[in-house]
Design a protein around this ligand. Structure first.
Ligand code: ADP
Ligand code: ZN
Length: 964
C-alpha cells in the first residue's frame, strides 16, 4: 500500500488551484471496514438511512440525500451536507455546488458516474447552516459505512466541515489545506488526535486511526463550493486516541502540467522536481455505476414495479395502517384499473408522481424477498434489455413467489441426494498454473475488489478445481458464491463435486428440474443465509444471497446463458453487473471463450488467467480431418468414412469406448455443392442463404437479398444438393449394420424426453455397459468418460451453414468440446472430424487446438462486417396472424428507426424471419446495429416500450443469440 503526501508547493506549481479551489485530497490507503458496515450492502445502508430519525435534522427535511456514484470508485468526494436543491431532488451535489464539483470531476477526465459522492450529513440543515456536532455524530455511521464499503483510494473533502469530520479534528481550513494527514475514516466512534508535524516548511497534521493502519492525506486551499456555507460552529468532540509520528519518508504526488490544464496525473515525475512518487490511479476501475437512489424516510408513497412491459414503476400511496412497514424489495398488492396485481417496491418517496394515486392494498412480505442489489440490478436489466422493470423483477423470483405465495420459512424440502455418494475426495494438490490463478483471484477477494477474471483453460485443465478453491476462500470470508453452469452440465456428478468438497449443508441447487417446493426451499435457504453457495443454471444469477463475494460462470461462451423470452438478458453480463454493484469477483471459465469475453480481456476490462496444460499433462487428442467430398463414391447417404469405420473397429476390438457426434439443427435447409462443398451465401451478409421450396428462391434472412437457386456451382460446375443434415437415427442404423455386436445408444432431444433416461444412458455408458454413444450437443459437454478413446464427428459443417453470425464460433467451440472428451484416461485419444469444408477456419483451428488463431481470424471477420463483439446488435421481430400486417408493421418500424439520425446506427431489413411462419404467426425481423451498446440503446429509446403496432406484436432482443 502506498502513502501519499501532496506538498502544497508541488500542487501550487503544477495544478491550477484556482479551479480546484479549497479541496482537501485525503488519500486513504486502507480504510478499515467497520464491523457494523460489513453485513450490509450500500443499498441496504441507503435504506437504513432513509428510515433514520436520529437527530433534529430528520424533522425538517424533505428527502434523505445518501451518497451516489460508482460503488467501486477509487475516488470519493465528501461534502458537508445537502442544500435546498439537493433536498428537493434527494441527490448529493446537484445545486450550484454540484455544478462546480462536476467541473472538477470533468477536469480529472472522469464523469460523475465514475466517482462516488457523499456528504457528512444526509439531511439538509435549515437555512443552510452548518451541521451541529451532535448532528454530525449522529450521521457519522452512514459516512463510515460508505467509506468502508467503497474503500476509495483517495478521498477528497469538500470544505472544512467534511475535512474535519474525516480527520476527526476541529481545525480552521487554513490549517488543513496543503498538508499531509492520516485518515482513519473507519474509526467508529471517532478516535484520534491531532498533532502538528513540520512538513515541507509548513505545519502538518497527523492522525492515527484507532482501527486499522494509518493513511496519510493532505488538504489544500481556497474557498470551495461548500466553504460558502461554512460558519465557525462549535467543534465536533473528537475523542482521544493513540497518536504517533509518521516515521516514514514522505512520498509525493506529482501532477502533470501537460495535457489538460487540470488533469492531475498521479504518477512518477522527474526527480528534478523533487517529486518521486508511487502512482495512484483514481480512474474508474470499471464501467460507470449507478448509485443507490436516495430513498426517503417515513415515505408516504411507493414506486411499484409490475410485471408489465411499461418500462417504469407506478406510484401508490401508503395507507396510514401500513406506514413504516413498506421496504424496498417487498411484494405488495396494488389495484390496477379494475384488477389487482402483485408488484415489487422499488422506491419510496414523500411526493407522489401525480396528484391522485391509489393506495396499496396489502404488503405480502415482512422481510423483502429481493435483496437491494437485485432491485438495483432490475433497473440495469430493464434499461439494457428494453424490458419493463417489473418484468425484470418477475424473472428473478421463483414461480410461486411471483404469483403471490408467501415466502414462509417452512421446513426444508431438500433436493434429494443425487447419484452415488462416493467418499469425499480429498482436495488434490494444485498444479502450478492452478495455484497461480487461485492466488491472483485471491488478491481481488482480499481487497474486496470487483474484478472479472477470464479463466481460459483447455479442457481437463482443472478449472473446476480452481472454482472450488476460490469458493472456499469466499466462504472463509463469510461471503456467498453463485456458480452458474449450463443447464446441460448440471448433472448429479457436477453437483456432487461441489457438495462433497464444500459440504451439502452449505450448497443450494437451483435448476429447472426441481419441483416448485424444492425450488422455494432452496431459495429460502439462501435468502435466510443457511446456504452460502448456489449452483444453478442461468436464472441462479438472481439467487437471493446477501453478501455476494463471487460469481462463477462456467462455460461462459454457452448460448444457453441467453434468456430467450422477456427479459432477454444474458446471464454472463448480468452476473458481471450484479458483481460490480456488490463489489464481488467474477470468474468466467472456458476452454473456448466467447469473443465478447476474449476482447474484453484484451481491452483490459477482464483479467485473463490461463491454464494451458491438462491435468497430468495428458496430451490433447490427435485430430484428423476427413474430407467428406471424397466420400462421394460411397453414395451420398454414407455417414461413416472408411477412416472412421476402421478406427471404430479398432476401438471396439480394444474394449474401449467411442462417441459419435452429430451437430444437427433440424429446420435449416440450405444447398451445398456436392462437388466442392460450397454453400451459397449472401453477397453482403455472408450468411447462408435459405432455400425456399415454394418459390425456388434462395433468401438472405439478414438483409432480404434474394436470388434464384443456381443450377451449377460457379466454382466446380458440380451439382447442388439440398442438405438437411443426417439424423442420429441414420447414424445408428448404419452403425448397427456394420458392427452388429456393438452395444449402441442414441442420445438426442427426440429420444430423451424424460430427463431420467438421459441420466440412465450416461451412467450406463460410464459403467461401460455401452460401447458407442451417438448424440447431439448433449454428449459434447462436460462429461468425463475416461475410457473414451475415439470421437467421431459425423459432419462438422452442419452448424456452419446456419444463418447465424456466430456459426463459426459455435462450431469451433463444439469441436473443441467434443475433442476434449477423448483421452481423459490413460489411453491417448483420437478425434476424427468429417467435413466437406476441410479448409474452414473453425475446423482447421479446432483440429490444431488453436484458439488464438481462430479468435484472431474470426474477429477480423466480425470487424469487417460490424458484428459483435465489435458492434452492438438488436433484433426486432414483428409478428402477426395476417401476413400483410406483419410486413407493413415491420416496414413502419424500420422507417421509424431510420428517421432518427443520431446516434449513428444501421438498420437492416425488414426481412422475413428465418422461421417465417411460427405457431400461426407470420414473422419479419430487422436488425439494428451500432458501435456501442449505449448508442444502440439510445437509438432504440423511442420504441423501447413498444410491444405492438399496427396489429402486430413486437419483440426487441438486445444482444440476440437466436437468429431464427
Ligand atoms: P476442467 O473443468 O478444466 O475440465 P476439472 O476441474 O474438471 O477440469 O479437472 C479435470 C479432472 O482433473 C477432474 O477429474 C479433477 O478432479 C482432476 N483434477 C483437477 N485438478 C487436479 C489436480 N491439481 N491434481 C490432480 N487432479 C486434478
Ligand atoms: Zn444478406
Amino acid at each position: 500500500m502506498t502513502d501519499i503526501t501532496i506538498t502544497p508547493q508541488a500542487l501550487r506549481a503544477r495544478l491550477r488551484l484556482e479551479a480546484l479551489s479549497g479541496v482537501a485530497w485525503l488519500p486513504t490507503t486502507a480504510v478499515p471496514k467497520t464491523a457494523e458496515s460489513l453485513p450490509m450492502t450500500l443499498a441496504e445502508w441507503a435504506q437504513t438511512a432513509a428510515a433514520c430519525r436520529a437527530c433534529r435534522l430528520c424533522e425538517g427535511r424533505r428527502t434523505v440525500v445518501f451518497g451516489e456514484g460508482d460503488a467501486t470508485a477509487r475516488l470519493m468526494f465528501v461534502g458537508e451536507g445537502p442544500g435546498a436543491e439537493e433536498d428537493l431532488q434527494g441527490r448529493p451535489f446537484v445545486g450550484p455546488a454540484g455544478a462546480l464539483l462536476t467541473k472538477m470531476i470533468q477536469a480529472l477526465k472522469l464523469t460523475r458516474e465514475q466517482v462516488y459522492i457523499a456528504n457528512t450529513v444526509k439531511c439538509r440543515p435549515p437555512n443552510n447552516r452548518p451541521p451541529q456536532p451532535d448532528e454530525l455524530a449522529a450521521c457519522r455511521r452512514y459516512l463510515d459505512a460508505q467509506l468502508a464499503l467503497i474503500r476509495p483510494r483517495v478521498v477528497c473533502a469538500l470544505g472544512r466541515t467534511a475535512a474535519n469530520a474525516l480527520l476527526n479534528t476541529d481545525a480552521p481550513l487554513g490549517a488543513l489545506r496543503g498538508r499531509p494527514h492520516t485518515v482513519g475514516a473507519g474509526a467508529h466512534p471517532p478516535a484520534g488526535r491531532l498533532r502538528p508535524r513540520p512538513h515541507g516548511g509548513e505545519r502538518a497534521l497527523e492522525h492515527r486511526a484507532a482501527v486499522g493502519g494509518p493513511a496519510r492525506a493532505t488538504a489544500y486551499r481556497r474557498g470551495d463550493p461548500g466553504d460558502r456555507h461554512l460558519s465557525s460552529g462549535p467543534s465536533p468532540a473528537a475523542s482521544r486516541g493513540q497518536t504517533r509520528r509518521l516515521g516514514r519518508p514522505a512520498t509525493t504526488v506529482s501532477v502533470s502540467a501537460r495535457g489538460h490544464p487540470m488533469s492531475p496525473r498521479f504518477g512518477s515525475a522527474p526527480r528534478g522536481d523533487g517529486l518521486d512518487v508511487p502512482s495512484v490511479d483514481v480512474g474508474p476501475p470499471s464501467r460507470p455505476a449507478r448509485g443507490p437512489a436516495g430513498p426517503h424516510s417515513l415515505a408516504r408513497f411507493v414506486e411499484v414495479a409490475l410485471d408489465l412491459p411499461t418500462a417504469g414503476a407506478l406510484s401508490y400511496r401508503i395507507p396510514p395502517t401500513l406506514q413504516g412497514r413498506v421496504v424496498i424489495g417487498q411484494r405488495v398488492q396494488v389495484p390496477l384499473r379494475n384488477r389487482t396485481m402483485i408488484g415489487c417496491v422499488v422506491g419510496l418517496s414523500q411526493k407522489p408522481a401525480f396528484p391522485r394515486v391509489k393506495p396499496i392494498q396489502r404488503v405480502l412480505d415482512d422481510q423483502p424477498v429481493l435483496t437491494p442489489d437485485l432491485v438495483q440490478l432490475s433497473d440495469w436489466m430493464a434499461r439494457t434489455y428494453c424490458a419493463g422493470r417489473g418484468e425484470a423483477l418477475a424473472a428473478m423470483l421463483p414461480g410461486p413467489l411471483r404469483r403471490g405465495r408467501p415466502l414462509t420459512p417452512t421446513a426444508d424440502t431438500p433436493v434429494p441426494p443425487t447419484g452415488t455418494a462416493e467418499a469425499p475426495a480429498p482436495a488434490p494438490t494444485l498444479t502450478a498454473q492452478q495455484a497461480a490463478a487461485v492466488a491472483r483471484i485471491r488478491e481481488a477477494l482480499d481487497a474486496g475488489r470487483h474484478e472479472v477474471f477470464l479463466l481460459h483453460g483447455v479442457t481437463n485443465s482443472g478449472k473446476t478445481e480452481v472454482y472450488l478453491r476460490v469458493i472456499q476462500q469466499v466462504l472463509a470470508q463469510g461471503r456467498d458464491s453463485i456458480v452458474l453452469v449450463p443447464e446441460i452440465a448440471l448433472t448429479p456428478q457436477t453437483i456432487e463435486r461441489f457438495t462433497h468438497r464444500l459440504g451439502a449443508a452449505q450448497v443450494a441447487v437451483l435448476h429447472s428440474r426441481l419441483t416448485e417446493r424444492q425450488r422455494l426451499s432452496e431459495w429460502s435457504r439462501l435468502a435466510q443465509g443457511r446456504a452460502h453457495v448456489v449452483i444453478g443454471a442461468r436464472s441462479a444469477v438472481f439467487a437471493p444471497v446477501r453478501r455476494l463475494g463471487l460469481v462463477v460462470v462456467d462455460e461462459e461462451q454457452e448460448s444457453t446463458y441467453k434468456q430467450e423470452e422477456t427479459p432477454r438478458y444474458h446471464a454472463r453480463d448480468t452476473a458481471v453487473e450484479r458483481a460490480r454493484t456488490a463489489g464481488a469477483a467474477v470468474i468466467l471459465g472456458s476452454a473456448t471463450p466467447s469473443l465478447e469475453a476474449y476482447t474484453r480481456a484484451q481491452d483490459g476490462r477482464y483479467t485473463r488467467l490461463t491454464l494451458t496444460e491438462r491435468i497430468d499433462r495428458q496430451p490433447l487428442p490427435a485430430v484428423e480431418i476427413v474430407d467428406l467430398r471424397r466420400l462421394a463414391g460411397r453414395g451420398t447417404r454414407a455417414v461413416l468414412s472408411p477412416q472412421l469405420e476402421t478406427a471404430l473397429g479398432r476401438t471396439l476390438a480394444d474394449q474401449q469406448q467411442a462417441i459419435l457426434f452429430l451437430n444437427r439443427r433440424g429446420f435449416a435447409t440450405f444447398i451445398q455443392c456436392h462437388g466442392c462443398g460450397a454453400v451459397v451465401r449472401c453477397p453482403t451478409c455472408r450468411v447462408t442463404l435459405t432455400f425456399h421450396q415454394a418459390s425456388g428462391l434462395l433468401l438472405c434472412h439478414h438483409c432480404r437479398h434474394r436470388e434464384p437457386a443456381p443450377e451449377l456451382c460457379p466454382a466446380c460446375h458440380g451439382h447442388y444438393v439440398r442438405f438437411r443434415g443426417a439424423g442420429t437415427q441414420r447414424v445408428e442404423s448404419e452403425l448397427a449394420r456394420r458392427f452388429p455386436t456393438a452395444r449402441i445408444a442414441r442420445m438426442d432431444t427426440d429420444t430423451m424426453r424424460p430427463r431420467a433416461s438421459h441420466e440412465t444412458v450416461l451412467s450406463r455408458f460410464r459403467r461401460h455397459e455401452l460401447d458407442v454413444l451417438i448424440g447431439t450437443q448433449m454428449v459434447a459437454k462436460g462429461h468425463d468418460f475416461p475410457q473414451v478413446t475415439l470421437i467421431g464427428i459425423i459432419n462438422a459443417d452442419t452448424a456452419l451453414h446456419l444463418p447465424d453470425f456466430r456459426a463459426g464460433e459455435r462450431t469451433f467451440d463444439l469441436l473443441t468440446q467434443v475433442a476434449g472428451r477423448a483421452g481423459r484416461g490413460t489411453a491417448p485419444g483420437r478425434v476424427i472430424i468429417q467435413t466437406a469444408l476441410p479448409d474452414h477456419p473453425a475446423i482447421v483451428h479446432a483440429s490444431r487446438h488453436d484458439y488464438e488463431g481462430f479468435a484472431r481470424e474470426e474477429l477480423q471477420h466480425r470487424r469487417a462486417l460490424h458484428l459483435p463483439p465489435v458492434a452492438a446488435l438488436a433484433r426486432l421481430t414483428v409478428r402477426a396472424k395476417r401476413e400483410e400486417r406483419a410486413k407493413t408493421a415491420a416496414e413502419t418500424l424500420a422507417a421509424q428507426l431510420q428517421r432518427v439520425r443520431r446516434p449513428a446506427a444501421m438498420v437492416l431489413g425488414p426481412s422475413p424471419a428465418h422461421l417465417y411462419r411460427l405457431r400461426g404467426f407470420y414473422r419479419w425481423h430487422l436488425i439494428v446495429s451500432a458501435k456501442t451498446l449505449d448508442a444502440l440503446l439510445a437509438r432504440l429509446a423511442p420504441i423501447r416500450r413498444l410491444r405492438h403496432a399496427g396489429g402486430a406484436l413486437i419483440t426487441i432482443d438486445v444482444d440476440p443469440w437466436n437468429p431464427w
